[in-house]
Design a protein around this ligand. Structure first.
Ligand code: S3P
Length: 750
């Protein structure tokens, strides 16, 4: 049966569904309802099913014999139980029909056996055969359960063979696409392995559990009182026994392998329960819960807050307004990352409050879970970390995915370089473009072995088992990430590791190491420690992030009649550049309630409207306000006169090129903003409305939401999903104090 170039279009084709069970019936119904093809025919040994289907309008007709049905059909869909495929194909081969214009596909959940059956029947794999498997279903069976929307937004896996003709593949793809399905291709063996784990094993367990409990003496009570858990777990035990009997016969090997792995996991849990081993139980349950909550995003190689990252978010910011109220912005991102890292490597249990439940910090948390650390939470900012000691991390099963988080990648590069195992650090599109040579080069000087992509970009492949030596490193740029990376590597290095920076940068690593009882010598812009010590678990109270508070500081300064109180904000002197710069511009900022919490200074910050004026930003403040410049540029656009920033080339390698992204956006709003290689010159003036591209950079998106408070027209900000990396509740909080932000969500289906 050769594939002739004259296959009819789907709209001119007659589709024959052989086997009118739930799947076959649903396919027929979907095609009919969508008028996707010329005619839908069916064939089934059970004439009653055919009559019902005809009566319900699920099919157009059912010819008197299989031969007549096949003769009329252009596309044959074999929807019989999987062990019936072999004899059906043999029957088909014996028919007196012209195969040259026909395509054959099937819906079975094991694919290897379809190929074997086809080889047996045809003596080879025909060009017109394209095996398929819709990943959709229900525990209900039979044509009465047919559902025309069953495949809508579901995946259909095709496993074309090397012999499958392209036209036949396109035809089957079109068939499923017409039913609303997303079609993808997979290798046959891989399909059967994956399905054994994701579908066949869970069905086996459900059948077994129900049968075991049903056989017990007190089964009446068990079923009478079995509420949610039992019902949820065993729904699929009501599935078609014949179909599943066939699946376990057909995919025996892969199912047995999956069952072996499951038995091993079950044994571990059995041991843990019988010996009261809480740590193992907590480990299994917290890891499983996180995986279950986030598996969709993990599968898509995205960060972990599913509702945000599965969609394209656009902000629509209405112009004008005042900003008034008391708020607490989420926890500090830098400190959140470090709390997980040091907590994991400490001896004992570290309790953290105020943890930032944003994607960046969650990526770090997940990475340490992937290395065997038991971490409970986060729950309302509370995280409990069961430290494994400096040498207790385990090799993760795959690459550690760090999403958008540059801090996670750079700091972890230092830690990973000293482990006994190999590990790969990967990230999203933006992180994959960011320079890692700044940490990789000095780590190599310490003896690390790290492979990167060209120009030192991620992924980082870090080889384990190297012994590191302390270095004395004069840093070419002021970067807390580079400093922290080397200090963390230094925990494992022989001798002293010291760094000298060209300017003072945030010192959270040094402070937190001291909090964990690890001595660090700090003097101005020099920090040093010696390897060989250990960390002792502690409690950490993470203050609100001054980088997130900065958006409201500028908002309240530029919007008329504003008065906002930002509570419990971290005012570590290495982070307060934004306050100093705004005050130099004439902002009305007062600090109250100053105290030190867990080694970090905090205060309530009150900001009221003020007429700002342009300034030349002092060089020494640049590293102390490095993350706040996007919103400071908005302040400059609202100020009287010119603001000049120099010496800030680092802004070009943040989550986006922040000098260019901000200059483009401000110019679109009509502001005179002139980008410079290492800074920007902004002349304050009126702002109009525009559509702005945030380039997926959280701080650019939030900065333009602030700008709307002084714009004369609506600002539309595109690509805002990544706001969730640092400030998951930004829109709600902003709107609660007077912003008028709306979010438009487009679900990503690619
Ligand atoms: C950070 C350091 C800064 C900052 C980043 C967080 C940290 O980066 O921009 O958001 O937590 O150490 P650099 O070290 O690259 O300046």
């Amino acid at each position: 049966m050769a594939d002739k170039p004259s296959l009819p279009l789907l709209s001119d084709s007659t589709v024959l569904v052989i086997g009118l069970g739930m799947i076959g019936g649903s396919l027929a119904a979907a095609l009919k309802q969508r008028h996707a093809c010329h005619r839908v025919l069916a064939w089934d040994r059970d004439r009653q099913s055919l009559a019902i289907a005809l009566e319900r309008g699920i099919i157009d007709s059912y010819p008197d014999s299989l031969e007549l049905a096949v003769d009329e059909a252009d596309i044959l869909v074999l929807a019989v139980p999987i062990l019936g495929i072999g004899s059906l194909l043999k029957e088909l081969v014996g028919l007196e029909v012209d195969w040259s214009r026909k395509v054959i596909t099937d819906v079975g959940s094991c694919k290897q056996i379809v190929l074997e059956s086809a080889r047996n029947a045809f003596g080879r794999l025909p060009e017109n055969l394209v095996p398929g498997h819709p990943i959709a279903g229900s525990e209900r069976s039979g044509v009465l359960a047919a559902n025309p929307d069953l495949f809508e937004a579901h995946k259909v896996i095709l496993t074309p063979t090397e012999q499958s003709a392209e036209k036949a593949i396109n035809r089957v793809t079109g068939l499923w696409a017409a039913c609303g399905a997303d079609v993808l291709h997979m290798d046959v063996a891989h399909h059967d392995e994956v399905l054994a784990k994701t579908s066949h094993l869970p069905h086996l367990l459900a059948f077994s559990l129900v049968d075991t409990l049903a056989g017990e003496k007190d089964n009446q009570d068990i079923f009478r009182y079995a509420a949610g858990g039992f019902r949820d777990f065993t729904r699929i035990a009501a599935s078609d026994p014949t179909m599943w009997h066939d699946v376990f016969q057909a995919n025996r090997q892969a199912v047995l392998e999956a069952l072996d792995a499951f038995r091993e996991g079950l044994d571990t849990l059995y041991q843990a329960v019988s010996s009261g081993d809480s740590q193992t139980m907590r480990g299994i349950f917290t890891r499983a819960r996180a995986a279950r909550e986030h598996f969709t995003s993990m599968l898509e190689n995205q960060a972990y807050l599913k509702p945000m990252t599965n969609s394209q978010l656009t902000y629509v910011a209405q112009p004008g307004g005042s900003v008034r109220g008391d708020i607490r912005v989420p926890g500090d991102k830098s400190i959140s990352h470090r709390s997980i890292m040091l907590g994991a490597l400490a001896q004992g249990v570290t309790e953290v409050d105020g943890f930032l439940e944003g994607e960046d910090a969650l990526a770090t948390l997940q990475a340490f879970r992937d290395m065997g650390v038991v971490i409970e939470g986060p729950h309302n900012g509370r995280v409990i970390i069961y430290g494994v000691g400096l040498y207790g991390l385990k090799q993760p099963a795959g690459p550690l995915y760090l999403g958008n988080a540059g801090t996670a990648m750079r700091l972890m590069a230092g830690l990973m370089a000293a482990q006994r195992f190999d590990v790969e650090l990967t990230g999203d599109e933006s992180l994959s473009k960011r320079p890692m040579g700044r940490v990789v080069d000095p780590l190599r000087d310490m003896g690390a072995e790290i492979e990167t992509m060209p120009e030192g970009r991620p992924p980082l492949k870090i080889h384990g088992g190297r012994s590191l030596k302390g270095v004395s490193y004069p840093m070419p740029m002021a970067s807390a990430q580079v400093k922290s990376c080397l200090l963390l590597a230094g925990l494992y290095a022989e001798g002293e590791t010291s760094v000298t920076e060209p300017g003072v940068t945030r010192d959270h690593t040094e402070r937190m190491l001291s909090g964990f009882g690890y001595p660090v010598a700090v003097e101005a812009n020099h920090a040093a420690l010696s390897g060989g010590g250990s960390l002792t678990a502690t409690t950490i109270d993470i203050p609100a992030d001054i980088s997130s508070a900065a958006f409201f500081m500028v908002a309240a300064s530029i919007a008329p009649d504003s008065d906002v109180l930002l509570k419990h904000v971290g005012i570590n002197p290495t982070r307060t550049g934004v306050i100093d710069i705004l005050r130099l511009m004439g902002a009305d900022i007062t600090l109250d309630n100053e105290q030190t919490v867990g080694g970090e200074p905090v205060a309530d910050i009150r900001v009221r409207s003020a007429q700002l004026k342009g300034i030349e930003i002092p060089q020494e403040l640049v590293p102390l306000a490095i993350d706040e410049f996007p919103v400071l540029f908005v302040a400059a656009a609202c100020a009287e006169g010119k603001t000049l920033l120099r010496g800030a080339e680092e802004l070009r390698v943040k989550e986006s090129d922040r000098i260019q992204s901000m200059a483009d956006g401000l110019q679109a709003l009509g502001v005179d903003a002139r980008p410079l290689p290492d800074g920007i010159e902004i002349l304050g003036g009126d702002m109009g409305g525009a559509t702005i591209d945030s380039h997926g950079d959280h701080r650019i998106a939030m900065a333009f939401a602030v700008a709307a408070l002084r714009a004369s027209d609506e600002i539309i900000i595109k690509d805002c999903s990544n706001v969730a990396t640092s400030f998951p509740n930004f829109v709600e909080l902003a709107d609660s104090v007077g912003f008028r932000l709306k979010v438009i969500e487009k679900i990503r289906r690619d």
